[in-house]
Structure formats: structure tokens, C-alpha cells
Design a protein around this ligand. Structure first.
Ligand code: PHE
Length: 354
């Protein structure tokens, strides 16, 4: 057969065949039959080299045109089959009346919920919620807070040091912040009084864990700077916070404490919202406050004049108070969680129950 007749014969066979295929698998086989390594059109193309010189050019053009036509026909038919049978994966055994699988809805983690609640309460008193870096310079975490190298207060922070990916500079060590207090300095550096901020955030200490301690935990830091601020303002703000968080007429207990960056310093506790400060519950020891009647909430005090001077504030003009407490502990109290480690074990059975 001469190449003209052969090309035409192949065309007349291939195109109608392809047009009747109604299944993707059949079309795949069809492609192999015509265009595969041993396909009929592939063979035709191979025979071009042995055609007489004078006809080779014309034959080549015709054979390649046929190949293009068949490819286009295959593509067209595949699109047609796909459009006609969108549910081709369904079989008669599929039961379309079965109810769908329930979609699992997420919810907020109890720690996040507690942070929102704390922030909401302070927001209502005119504080602004801000966040700070979890990897911190030694300067902000310690130095600027009156805790120079060698100061004994460093010991209680059980610091996790970090290496700087840009190269370690021994004069500027980096660490996982051990508290949110470095944000006191950062905020004062950035702003001018009056300042009222609340800083919730993750902190780290190299500690053995137990029911009330975690090496990764959350704190909320409060800072207020203005003219004529006093311990009375601190007490009033925390008193209002306690009543809004726990409800009722909460009492606030101040006891002297020591922090290098506040003077005077205090530890605050709220009277227990479960036993109303009696320490007794159902004829026994109150499980929430362990019978003490008090819930220790935070460290606090008046911002140290040296810290004010360090950021360029005049301590004769400006005073301020700061406080910092643990979020996990409060989340535990609010959700009745006996062991704060449950918050980070990510057992959904527990997290969904609180
Ligand atoms: N940062 C202190 C701590 O983690 C708590 C604190 C904050 C004390 C602010 C005073 C003022 O122990």
C-alpha cells in the first residue's frame, strides 16, 4: 500500500474507534494501540525514513498531521467521558443513604481560654494586651531587671540557655525567657508614660515537673506607669481582677516578698473561691486551696527606681506597679484540673471535658 492510502486508512479506522469509547480505561488502551511504542501510527512514522527521497517530506507532514489528529481526538474523548460520568467511582453497592462521618469541631484550649479571660478583664480596666519574644536576651530577662551576672536571684530561674543561630556572642547570651517580666523593660523603652499593658505569654524553666509545675508554662505580666501611682492602685486593680475572674467578694492578701526589680515587693493571694477562704469543704479540707483558704496568684510590687532610670524615666515624676502570675495555675483552678500537666498531654478525652 502506498503511504497516502495507508495514512488515510489509519485515519478512517482510528477516529471512529476513539469516538465510540465511553470509558477512561478503554481510551488508555486505545492510546497504546495507536500511539504507543509499537502503535500503528508510531510504526507509520518510523517508515518515513525508508520512503523515496522525493516523497519523504510530504509523507512526513501527512503522518505527523495524523498523529496530531489522533492525539486531539483522544483528548477530546477523555474530557467528554469525564464530564458525562462524574460519579463513575460509584458502584451499586454504595449506600447513598448512610449518614456522613461527623466533622470534629475544634475548640479553644483551656490555657488559651484563660489567657483570653485574663486579657478581657484587664482590657476592661484600660490595659492593652501585647506580646513579646520567647527567646530573649540575657539583658532583658535579667540584667535590666537588676539581676546582674552572679546575682543569687538568677539561681531560682533555672534558665534554659539558647545558642544564637547568627553566632554566639559571650557578652550577649540568649535564653528561653524564664518569665514575662523582660517585657516591662521592652515596653518602657518603646513608650512614654502613661503605660498600662498586660502581657500573656509562654515561659520556660529547666525544672522537674509535678502537678503544679511545668518546664513550659504561661505567665501574664501587668505593667502600669503614670504619675502618682501607688501600692493602693496595684491592690485595687488586682482586687477587681480577682472578683471578675472568680466572682463574689474576693479578698486580696498581700505579703512581703522579694524581687530585684520591684521595691517594695509583695506576693498576692486571693481568698479561695471554692470554700470562701474557710479552708473547709464538705466537712474536709478544701481541695482547691489545700485547706489554706488562699490561692497564691502572683508576684508584684512597685517598679524599681533603677529600672525606671535605666529606660530614661525620672523616678521622681513617674511611678508604676508590676505584677506577674501563672496562667496554668489559674486555668487549673477555673476548670477544676488537679494536675496542670494534663493541659499539655493533648489527650482530647481530657481537653474536651473541661
Ligand atoms: N517575674 C516574677 C516571677 O516570675 C514575678 C513578678 C512579676 C514579680 C512582676 C514582680 C513583678 O517570679
Amino acid at each position: 500500500m502506498d503511504w497516502r492510502a495507508e495514512t488515510q486508512a489509519l485515519r478512517e479506522q482510528a477516529l471512529p474507534e476513539i469516538a465510540t469509547d465511553d470509558h477512561l480505561l478503554a481510551l488508555d488502551e486505545r492510546r497504546v494501540r495507536w500511539l504507543g511504542r509499537n502503535g500503528l501510527i508510531t510504526k507509520l512514522l518510523r517508515s518515513i525514513v525508508s520512503a523515496p527521497d522525493a516523497e519523504r517530506r510530504e509523507f512526513g507532514a501527512a503522518a505527523n498531521a495524523l498523529k496530531a489528529e489522533v492525539e486531539a481526538a483522544l483528548e477530546h474523548q477523555i474530557a467528554k467521558v469525564k464530564a458525562a460520568a462524574p460519579d463513575s467511582r460509584l458502584t451499586e453497592q454504595d449506600d447513598l443513604t448512610l449518614p456522613g462521618r461527623p466533622v470534629r469541631l475544634g475548640r479553644m484550649h483551656p490555657i488559651s481560654r484563660t489567657i483570653r479571660e485574663i486579657s478581657r478583664i484587664f482590657l476592661s480596666m484600660g490595659f492593652e494586651a501585647v506580646e513579646g519574644p520567647e527567646i530573649e536576651w540575657d539583658y532583658y530577662n535579667f540584667e535590666a531587671l537588676n539581676i546582674p551576672k552572679g546575682h543569687p536571684a538568677r539561681d531560682k530561674f533555672n534558665t534554659l540557655w539558647a545558642s544564637n543561630p547568627l553566632g554566639d556572642d559571650p557578652s550577649r547570651p540568649m535564653l528561653f525567657r524564664t518569665h514575662t517580666s523582660p517585657m516591662q523593660i521592652r515596653i518602657m523603652e518603646q513608650r512614654k508614660p502613661p503605660i498600662r499593658v498586660i502581657v500573656p505569654g509562654r515561659c520556660y524553666r529547666f525544672e522537674a515537673t509535678d502537678a503544679t509545675h511545668e518546664s513550659v508554662f504561661f505567665q501574664y505580666e501587668g505593667l502600669a506607669i503614670d504619675e502618682k501611682l501607688s501600692m493602693a492602685d496595684l491592690k485595687g486593680v488586682l482586687y477587681s481582677f480577682a472578683r471578675q475572674l472568680f466572682g463574689g467578694e474576693r479578698k486580696v492578701r498581700f505579703r512581703p516578698d522579694y524581687f530585684p526589680f520591684t521595691e517594695p515587693s509583695a506576693e498576692i493571694a486571693f481568698d479561695c473561691f471554692v470554700c470562701d477562704g474557710s479552708g473547709q469543704k464538705d466537712g474536709g479540707r478544701c481541695p482547691t486551696c489545700w485547706g489554706s483558704g488562699w490561692i497564691e496568684a502572683a508576684g508584684c510590687g512597685m517598679v524599681h527606681p533603677d529600672a525606671l532610670r535605666r529606660v530614661g524615666y525620672d523616678p521622681d515624676k513617674y511611678q508604676g506597679f508590676a505584677f506577674g502570675g501563672g496562667v496554668d495555675r489559674l486555668a487549673g483552678l477555673l476548670t477544676g484540673t488537679p494536675d496542670i500537666r494534663l493541659f499539655h498531654q493533648n489527650d482530647l478525652r481530657y481537653l474536651e471535658s473541661v
